[in-house]
Design a protein around this ligand. Structure first.
Ligand code: GDP
Ligand code: MN
Length: 389
């Protein structure tokens, strides 16, 4: 189980690892309230399991409750994806933390290395950025230490990490005292990973964990009843849960135009064009590469279970996926299902002509087509608003 940052930090706090003071907020109002409590300069951070939030606009420094309100509102509107642009997640909470001046950012992690059956610790003065990137461009800046789990972390391991990782002199003492605590946390929590990126040296000379990515080993759940509680925060709504069961990546949104697309990037642009056309999306749904009849009928079924949905926009760009197969999938899905809202299909890319012809030749009262993405969005929005298009 990948914990949210705020959950990881709560656990680290129990092991006396310094973390910034903060509060969790579920609404922009709560975020501004938290800011009032914490003092003016705070950082508002999205709480999602995917990494690289900062680059996607999920970490915002602000200096007033009003700004925190706005930052949180913006963050709640972002659809986060993982590094490969796949997977998608919305932030249901933000962590509001007291922000300080940072003198330096380091990288520190402990993982369970299943191949060697040992723990692996990594430390580097090049923190705050992608560690794989540092490993490629500047491997000497990284210290790696293998730890025998039966012997545990020794002082010499910690020194090797701090000196080998080139940690600034001012931060060494703090780092040396944090490392054994992190290792203890890893072992006692049955975590398979604790990654602190960045571990920072603050303006007033303190070393603390500014970010925390903790992964708990689910097979150890039986001896940690608190895992259940942490899991509850990851619960998604019924529609999202069902989609997940079918291997579909769905995020419920508040609008009335159901969306099906292939590829997270395309689905996100689809949400944007629907908005540009004056409508609002009811969901994000990425069918990925496979747009078979089964995938499409599962998708249509799950989407139409949302009573808010007044029209559906299927937006497929055929790359590896062939549009004729998608058309076949749509036709088969409609034969199986009893869909009573209009569906606008836009096919482009590989075998698009053929796919469009197949849809035209198999008329269905609810099926409409459009040649362009904007055209299709306008049609779907008009239909959702009850205007015949
Ligand atoms: P990530 O992008 O998901 O890894 O989010 P992080 O929590 O690691 O934050 C990304 C970056 O934002 C950090 O490397 C810092 O440079 C910056 N940042 C985060 N919190 C603070 C803070 O309290 N003060 C300052 N000055 N910068 C911060
Ligand atoms: Mn980080």
């Amino acid at each position: 189980m990948d914990l949210f940052e705020y959950q990881g930090k709560e656990l680290l706090r129990k092991f006396e690892i310094p973390v910034p003071e903060g509060r969790v907020a579920s609404t922009p109002e709560e975020a501004s309230e938290a800011t009032r409590f914490l003092g003016s300069r705070v950082v508002v951070k999205a709480q999602v399991a995917v990494g690289g939030r900062g680059k996607q606009g999920g970490v915002k420094l602000v200096s007033s409750p009003e700004e925190a309100h706005e930052a949180a509102a913006q963050i709640f509107d972002i659809t986060f994806t993982d590094q490969e642009g796949r997977g998608a997640e919305r932030s249901k909470r933000v962590l509001v933390e007291r922000a300080g001046e940072l003198k330096a950012e380091y990288y520190c992690s402990f993982i369970l290395d299943r191949t060697s059956r040992k723990h692996l610790a990594i430390m580097s003065s090049e923190g705050g950025m992608d560690i794989e990137e540092v490993n490629r461009t500047n491997p000497d800046a990284i210290a790696k230490v293998t730890i025998d789990p039966l012997l545990g972390l020794s002082d010499f391991h910690a020194r090797e990490l701090v000196f080998g990782g080139n940690i600034d002199e001012e931060a060494r003492k703090g780092a040396l005292s944090i490392l054994p605590k992190l290792y203890r946390a890893l072992v006692e929590l049955d975590a398979s990973q604790i990654e602190i990126n960045p571990l920072v040296l603050t303006g007033d000379g303190k070393v603390m964990a500014l970010d925390a990515k903790v992964i708990l080993d689910d097979s150890a759940a039986f001896r940690h009843p608190f895992y259940e509680e942490l899991k509850a925060a990851h619960e998604v709504n019924e529609q999202e849960r069902k989609a997940k069961e079918h291997g579909l990546n769905l995020i419920k949104l508040d609008g009335d135009v159901g969306i099906i697309g292939n590829g997270a990037g395309l689905v996100m642009s689809t949400l944007d064009v629907v908005k540009d056309a004056g409508g609002s999306a009811a969901n994000f749904l990425d069918v990925g590469g496979g747009a078979s009849a089964e995938v499409l009928s599962n998708s249509l079924q799950i989407i139409t279970e949302n009573p808010e949905v007044k029209s559906i926009f299927i937006n497929i760009f055929g790359g590896i996926t062939r549009c004729d197969l998608v058309a076949e999938g749509i036709i088969h899905a409609l034969a199986r299902l009893d869909v009573d809202v209009p569906i606008v299909v836009r096919l482009d890319g590989t075998n698009a002509e053929q796919g469009r012809k197949m849809l035209a030749d198999a008329p269905h009262p609810m099926l409409k087509t459009a040649d362009t993405m904007l055209g299709a969005a306008e049609k779907a929005v008009a239909l959702a608003h009850g205007e015949g298009a």
